[in-house]
Design a protein around this ligand. Structure first.
Ligand code: SF4
Length: 122
């Protein structure tokens, strides 16, 4: 049995997932909690949010003048790939202008998710 808190909505139901009974979920108040509980125990995924460096005049700015562009993965990626994704994000940079939804890293870490901008940078 695994116990976890459902993070799909603010209600935060306490879930129990029974690995010995086809990952049956109890404690959920709705179907989304059942889906989340099973996935969290069998193949956990997360949306990754971060920022990437913004180049100024085509160059990396000094730290005190650094501007960062907020980004997120377009879909959840396997939890085991999060550190690799963070490394790829840290190595990335963008050149303005950047529009919300622009793909910064396609298929990040070989997944179906793209890393996309979540703010306009002009
Ligand atoms: S089980 Fe349903 S109601 Fe409960 S926290 Fe998850 S999404 Fe919200």
């Amino acid at each position: 049995m695994k116990e976890l808190i459902c993070i799909v909505c603010p209600r935060g139901c306490r879930l129990t997932v029974n690995e010995n009974n086809d990952y049956a979920v109890t404690g959920n108040s709705c179907k989304r909690g059942e889906v989340y509980g099973k996935a969290e125990v069998t193949a956990p995924v997360r949306v990754v949010t971060s920022t990437v460096r913004v180049l100024q005049d085509g160059r990396v700015p000094s730290r005190d003048r650094a501007v960062r562009c907020p980004v997120k993965t377009s879909d959840a990626i396997p939890k085991g790939l999060i550190f690799d994704a963070v490394k790829a994000i840290e190595a990335a940079s963008v050149k303005p202008p950047v529009r919300i939804g622009d793909v910064i890293i396609p298929h990040i870490c070989g997944t179906q998710a793209d890393l996309v901008a979540t703010k306009n940078i002009i």
